[in-house]
Structures are given as structure tokens and as C-alpha cells.
Design a protein around this ligand. Structure first.
Ligand code: NAD
Length: 484
């Protein structure tokens, strides 16, 4: 253990609670470094968190939406003040580049501000009246929300649940991933006193997730993670008919059309494929390339990958960091080996910095895979790592059919100088989000862009009014007037 090791508590009913058991979180870029010892919540802790949340629900729901917005804005300010500490901790527990974890820490505060900005109008409701009747339609909070998050962008994803849940009057129990629980718990600890006791609770470890999703007094589950776990969550929640939002895995295709401009296309796709070492739900995970220029496109992607410097996340020279955990590390290596065995060419590229060479960690080189068959698991599944397959296409129709030939439907992009034609093509790809000549959030702002998956990539949406709607029930009250 280093002298920076500390203990991460649970947060229940507005106070820190120790646990009977703890687990260690290690730095994926220096496995001998234990970042923190984290509380492992038991069944009793889950009962206590749910009871405390229930008790706080009425008080919080009865506050005005403006008061709730005010508290969220104060919370966002506090998170911004400790942003660099959060980013540093995130980089240690999660492995990613400091600039990537800094963005994630900023996204946390942004998500709270976004909810505070759009919440008041959304909660306004409607009144209708004629001579005989008065009708009011309101949004009511669902109650106790279990927010279960993964490790790959923990701050933005957690606050992307906390903001919408709280602004709409719900109370929340956050269950971070055991692979990145430290910064998230720390952030929520810092804002705890801004809210009535029990409005925000945090449970850690492996046991709490299944217990929360099956608990009769939890009213809603907002889950982000893999498809396999999402299906388990939905099954567990069904016995008490909880409302469930699922943000699940993606296998986003980028389709390069024959007239695409390489100067925009290669950096645009490559950046989104390798961001956070490929561990982004809507990263580009497969690229469809016109066969007639296949070799030129392959050369351009290989050259881009060769520029990367693989190193420790907090090393300023690094441009590619390790992956987060052993499962991901093995999964990506196995896909590379199987692709090679199937006849594909696997190009392992980039340089390894001394900070990676000297450490025991989950370091993977950036890999470009060419001559791969369209039905190989590296193409049809989610690799979630720095390895990108380039699949040649012979016809646009065939390429679009290949894009659609998976269970995934998160996002997709089409690249071409002809924007109208590219839009027509991307509209034929089954996904929740489409892009033309980019594969990233709109510069117009997240508050205008609903996000989520179709097919097995999810249920429901986040962000915008569509995201807030996941946390409320419409309530209609009709009054027959007696004085007419
Ligand atoms: P995961 O499914 O293994 O774990 C996610 C969370 O669920 C963790 O907190 C885990 O402890 C918890 N959990 C595990 N089993 C559970 C159960 N039976 N009941 C309740 N909770 C349980 O996913 P991961 O490896 O942490 O994250 C990577 C995956 O998340 C990738 O597939 C990625 O695409 C996806 N993801 C999707 C989005 C999106 O917005 N669509 C965003 C980020 C990540």
C-alpha cells in the first residue's frame, strides 16, 4: 500500500458508514499500487440505505423544483472546485489519461447543471379548464432510484443519473462499479450536506447491485453497463414491476463512403475509436471501408495508430493509457489472437513509454486489424479496447446490411462529402444516435441531444426532456366543479 491509500466509506442517511468488509482498488497502470480500501456493502447496509432513502423521499419531493435546482447548482460548483483532485484519483483507479479523467470530472458538474437548467420547465405541468371541469397533469417522482454505474466514465455517468433523478424529486442510491468506486464516492461525499439526509446514498461492492434491483421498496433502476448485466437487471426488476432505464453496450459502425475526405475521416474516426483506450460505449468499434481504396485507408489508419504513445495515465507524455481491468485486457488479447488465426492481419503499433515499460499494468498497444471477415467476433461484438477492425465493402447496400447485422444499436456514423447522401445512409442504420462526418456529441450541447440505444443497446434515453421523463410518472387530476 502507498501512503496515499485511504478508506472509502458507504454513505447512508446523510452520514459515512463503515462496513464489515472492504475490498482493494488497484491502479491498472501500476498494479502494485492500492489506490483505496473500499467498503463492501452487505444486505443489512442495503436495507438501511433503502429505508433512509424512503424516509427522505417525501421531504425532498415536496420542495419546489427551483429549490432542488439551486442545490444541484451548488453541488456542481463544489465538484468544479475539487475537479483536479477527482481527475487525479480517477486516473489512478481507472487507468485513463489525466486529460480524459479531467473531462469526465467536468462532465459530472455539467450533468448537474444541465438537470438544474431543464428541470423547472419540464416539471411545470399543464392545466386545462372548461365550465364543468378542471384538469391538471403533473410529473410525479417515482420515489427511490437505484443508480448502477460502470467504470468507464464513472463521474459523468453517475451525475447524469443524480441530476435528473433529484431535479424531478426522487431520492437516489448510487452503486458505483467495484473497478472505479473511489472518485465517485468522494464526489458524492463532498455534496452530501447540500441535501436532506437520505436523499443521496452510496453503496459499494458486488452484492448491492442485485439486492437493489430486486428490492420491493426501490421504485426505479437506472442502469449503465453491459448487455448481459442489463438483461439480469431487467429480470430482477420485473418481479416488482420497477421502471428500468438501460444504457448498454455498443458496437458502433463508422461507414466510410467512396467520396469521403481522408483528412477529416481518419482523425475523426480514429480519435473516437481510441478515446479512453477504446473504452467508451459509443466509441467507433468497426469501420467499413470501400474496397477499391482499401489499402490507402488501411495505411492511413495504421499511420495514425503508430503515432500513439502508450504510457501511464498520469504520465504527460502518454497519449494512450492502459485498459481498466484484467477481464478487458484478456478479452482484447483473445480477440486479436482469434482474428490472426482466422486469417486477418493484426498490426500492433505505437511506442511504449518508459512509464508503461517499467510497470506491471494492463497495457495494450493500439491495434489495427485488416483483411478481417465481416462475421468475426471482433466485428460483430464489443471489444471495448484499443483494437479497430477495418472491413472492406463492395456496395453501399451491403455495407449498411453489415452495419445492421448485430444485436447492437447505440450509435453509427457515415462519412462523405455529400452530406445529404450520408444522412440518407445513416438513417438506414439501426441505432439510437446517428452522426454524419463526426462520431461525437453535438457542439450545440448535450441538453439538446437525447442519447440511448435501440435493439439490445438499451431501453429509454438520457439527457433532454426524454431523459427526465424516465424518472417521473405522469399524474392526472380531474376535478368536477360543484359551483356550475
Ligand atoms: P457491467 O455490466 O459488468 O457492470 C456495470 C455495473 O453493474 C457495475 O456497477 C456492477 O457492479 C453492476 N452489476 C454487476 N452485476 C449486477 C447484477 N446482477 N445486478 C445489478 N448490478 C450488477 O459493465 P462494466 O464492465 O462495468 O461496463 C462496461 C459496459 O458498459 C460496456 O458494455 C459499455 O458499452 C457499457 N456502457 C454503456 C453506456 C451507455 O450509455 N450505453 C455507457 C457506458 C458504458
Amino acid at each position: 500500500m502507498t501512503d496515499q491509500t485511504f478508506t472509502v466509506p458507504q454513505l447512508i442517511g446523510g452520514v459515512e458508514k463503515s462496513a464489515e468488509e472492504y475490498f482493494s482498488v488497484r491502479d491498472p497502470g501500476q498494479l502494485d499500487d492500492i489506490v483505496a480500501s473500499v467498503s463492501s456493502s452487505s444486505a443489512n447496509d442495503v436495507e438501511s440505505a433503502v429505508a433512509n432513502a424512503r424516509a427522505a423521499a417525501t421531504v425532498w419531493a415536496s420542495m419546489s423544483v427551483h429549490e432542488r435546482a439551486d442545490r444541484l447548482l451548488k453541488a456542481a460548483d463544489r465538484l468544479d472546485k475539487i475537479k483536479s483532485h477527482l481527475a487525479d484519483t480517477l486516473s489512478r483507479e481507472q487507468g485513463m489519461l489525466l486529460r480524459e479523467t479531467t473531462r469526465d470530472a467536468s462532465n459530472g458538474a455539467k450533468a448537474l447543471r444541465e438537470a438544474a437548467a431543464i428541470g423547472p420547465d419540464f416539471m411545470m405541468g399543464k392545466e386545462l379548464e372548461d365550465e364543468l371541469t378542471h384538469l391538471s397533469v403533473r410529473h410525479r417522482p417515482r420515489g427511490v432510484v437505484a443508480a448502477i454505474v460502470p467504470w468507464n466514465a464513472p463521474m459523468g455517468l453517475t451525475m447524469g443519473k443524480v441530476g435528473p433523478a433529484l431535479i424531478t424529486g426522487n431520492v437516489i442510491i448510487v452503486k458505483p462499479s467495484p473497478f472505479a468506486p473511489v472518485a465517485v464516492t468522494m464526489a458524492l461525499q463532498q455534496i452530501l450536506d447540500l441535501f436532506p439526509a437520505g436523499v443521496i446514498n452510496v453503496l459499494n461492492g458486488d452484492a448491492a447491485g442485485p439486492l437493489l434491483t430486486a428490492h420491493n421498496d426501490v421504485n426505479k433502476v437506472s442502469f449503465t453497463g453491459s448487455i448481459e448485466t442489463g438483461v439480469r437487471v431487467l429480470k430482477a426488476a420485473s418481479t416488482s414491476l420497477k421502471h428500468v432505464t438501460l444504457e448498454l453496450g455498443g458496437n458502433d459502425p463508422a461507414l466510410i463512403l467512396a467520396d469521403a475526405d481522408p483528412a477529416i475521416t481518419v482523425p475523426g474516426i480514429f480519435r473516437q475509436a481510441m478515446a479512453r483506450s477504446g473504452q467508451v460505449c459509443y466509441a467507433v468499434k468497426r469501420v467499413y471501408v470501400p474496397r477499391k481504396d482499401y489499402q490507402q485507408w488501411c495505411d492511413a489508419f495504421i499511420a495514425a495508430a503508430d503515432q500513439l504513445a502508450l504510457g501511464y495515465g498520469r504520465d504527460p507524455e502518454s497519449t494512450l493509457a492502459p485498459v481498466n481491468n484484467r477481464v478487458q485486457f484478456d478479452h482484447v488479447n483473445q480477440l486479436a489472437a482469434s482474428a490472426e488465426a482466422s486469417g486477418a492481419r493484426v498490426h500492433a503499433l505505437g511506442t511504449k513509454l518508459p512509464s508503461a515499460a517499467a510497470a506491471d499494468g494492463y497495457y495494450l498497444p493500439p491495434r489495427i486489424v485488416t483483411q478481417i471477415k465481416p462475421d468475426h467476433p471482433l466485428v460483430t461484438g464489443e471489444q471495448f479496447g484499443p483494437i479497430l477492425p477495418l472491413v472492406p465493402w463492395d456496395s453501399e447496400d451491403g455495407a449498411i446490411a453489415d452495419c445492421n447485422a448485430t444485436q447492437y444499436g447505440l450509435a453509427a456514423s457515415v462519412w462523405s462529402k455529400d452530406e445529404d447522401h450520408a444522412r440518407a445512409c445513416v438513417n438506414r442504420i439501426q441505432s439510437g444516435v446517428g452522426f454524419v462526418n463526426s462520431h461525437s456529441r453535438t457542439p450545440l450541447g448535450d441538453r439538446h441531444m437525447p442519447f440511448g440505444g435501440s435493439k439490445m443497446s438499451g431501453l429509454g434515453r438520457t439527457r433532454t426532456d426524454a431523459g427526465l421523463r424516465e424518472y417521473v410518472e405522469p399524474y392526472a387530476l380531474s376535478t368536477r366543479k360543484t359551483n356550475t
